[in-house]
Design a protein around this ligand. Structure first.
Ligand code: NAD
Length: 496
């Protein structure tokens, strides 16, 4: 069984430290080990980044972009290999892994535009013979810490923009599915990225804390659960670093009485059960406006759930794979038990699903609750599994009030045919990413991604234009070249 190590200064590194098992969630079997980097290994990665940074900072952006173009081609060429690695360790179905990778490639495409994106702002004759401009300089060594659920895409949200801005990067991916990340880092080297500009260290809290406290790390991007995001943000800030920390979610979709219900049900099936609900943009609450809508929604979702094809992620004919670990499966099952105990109506129960030939896989079937109320734990907390709950309200305003009162504000959606209702909803809902008849309103790569409330700690969102601001510092230069021979008197007045 192979041990996954680290990638530092363009070399594979095995530190001989603690390890953690990696599982194939579809079979429940261990498929490898990952090393958990000790402090010295993380420091080695930071030192490599620091050494490689000065020459990279001075490399023209257009030359850096050429490397990204080659990298994008390699990602496309090697897509099948990458998706196999994702599916084997994460469990998501291959076609879903391909979608994830495609979204990651779009972030690489965005980063290819760096010569344009880094153009500064210029003012000629800001004063007599005075020109002034702002330019955007890289920060130095920056770090990224990423979750298990998009092992290829979320790292690609971060480091392509960061290194195109001229920084060196240390990435600490999820220790639960680390292989695709290392494979992709090597493709970046093959495309021409200099050694030390992208370093990958696998690990747990010890590795993360080393990044958060190192004086040589200037900024930290994090994506993961809210309690860890809050810890990352406060610790990074306390150590003088710029930080953006994206957290968890509980995304509601309001279904209006005028909605096209067939489309809404299809959209909800994909948004709730795709990737086994392990998406920060998954819809986990369907808010039905009126009992008639709720009854019909429940009935049609039950019918569709009967045909949901659950099985191994490596079989592309499946629609939903397993959860990431046995612990994740047990946690989802305990949420379902809790929902029953608190009085919600369990209309489809996925707890006892057995996938023939994969009896030890970490599967839970698609689960549906009706008549869920806001004080129930299954309403309040992020379950991160294939569990959709229906909450019944009387008006759209009641639905918006529910969403606005929730601690999370990542994504949301309104299903309607009414433009006035849609406009009111997008104006008044306190959520960062809003869809109208679009259940997963994940922004395209040339916008930026981020939630509101406790779904994001920090000011700037991930990828897109915000990432260029996050990974650079503005410097404003004011320059005067008086004509030769001109002598100016002394002035004690503040310049105006
Ligand atoms: P997680 O918070 O457990 O782990 C995320 C990262 O933090 C991993 O690299 C992990 O090694 C590290 N980590 C875990 N515990 C730590 C600790 N005590 N100290 C320091 N570092 C620690 O999240 P996960 O289970 O990998 O991912 C699922 C979560 O991520 C869900 O809550 C999901 O909503 C969220 N998520 C959010 C977004 C978003 O854009 N908002 C995107 C994807 C996932």
């Amino acid at each position: 069984m192979s041990t996954v190590g680290h990638f530092i200064g363009g070399e594979d590194v095995i530190a001989g430290s603690r390890t953690q098992a990696i599982f194939n969630p579809s079979t429940g079997e261990q498929c490898g080990d990952v090393e958990l980097a000790p402090v010295a290994t993380v420091e080695q990665a930071i030192a490599n980044g620091k050494a490689a940074y000065p020459a990279w900072r001075d490399t023209p952006p257009a030359k850096r972009a050429q490397i990204m173009f080659r990298f994008k081609m390699l990602l496309e060429e090697k897509a099948d290999e990458i998706c196999q690695l994702i599916s084997r360790e994460h469990g998501k179905v291959l076609h879903d892994a391909r979608g994830e990778l495609q979204r990651g490639i779009e972030n690489v495409e965005y980063a290819c535009g760096i010569p344009e994106l880094l153009k500064g702002e210029h003012s000629k004759n800001a004063g007599p013979a005075i020109d002034s401009w702002s330019e955007f300089q890289p920060l130095g060594v920056v770090a990224g810490i990423t979750p298990f659920n998009f092992p290829a895409m979320v790292p690609l949200w971060m480091w392509p923009s960061a290194v195109m801005c001229g920084n060196a990067f240390v990435l600490k991916p999820s220790e639960r599915d680390p292989s695709s990340v290392l494979y992709i880092a090597k493709l970046a080297m093959e495309a021409g990225l200099p050694a030390g500009i992208l370093n990958v260290v696998n690990g747990d809290k010890e590795a993360v804390d080393t990044l958060l406290t190192s004086p040589d790390v200037q900024a930290v991007s994090f994506v993961g659960s809210t309690p860890i995001a809050e810890y990352i943000y406060t610790t990074a800030n306390a150590h003088g670093k710029r930080c953006q920390a994206l957290g968890g979610a509980k995304n509601h979709a309001i279904v209006m009485p005028d909605a096209d219900l067939d489309n809404a049900v299809n959209a909800l099936m994909g948004a709730a059960y795709g990737s086994c609900g392990e998406r920060c943009m998954a819809i986990s609450v369907a808010v039905a406006v009126g009992d008639e809508v709720a009854d019909e929604l429940s009935k049609r979702l039950q019918e569709q759930l009967k045909t949901l094809k659950v099985g191994s992620g490596l079989d592309n004919s499946n629609e939903m794979g397993p959860l990431i670990t046995a612990a994740a499966r047990d946690k989802v099952v305990s949420y379902i038990n809790g929902g029953v105990e608190q009085g919600a109506e369990l209309v489809v129960d996925g707890r006892d699903l057995v996938v023939p030939g994969h009896e030890n896989g970490f599967f839970v079937g698609g689960t549906l609750f009706d008549k869920v109320t806001p004080e129930m734990t299954i309403y309040q907390e992020e379950i991160f599994g294939p569990v959709l709950v229906i909450v019944r309200v009387k008006t759209m305003q009641e639905g918006i009030d529910l969403i606005n009162a929730h601690e999370y504000g990542n994504g949301t959606c309104l299903f309607t045919r009414d433009g006035e209702a849609a406009r009111y909803f997008t104006d008044n809902v306190l959520v960062g990413m809003v869809g109208v008849n679009v259940p997963l309103p994940v922004p395209v790569s040339y916008h930026s991604f981020g939630g509101w409330k406790r779904s994001l700690f920090g000011d700037l969102h991930a990828y897109g234009p915000d990432s260029i601001r996050f990974y650079t510092k503005r410097k404003t230069i004011t320059q005067r070249w008086p004509a030769s021979g001109v002598r100016e008197g002394v002035t004690y007045t503040f310049p105006s």
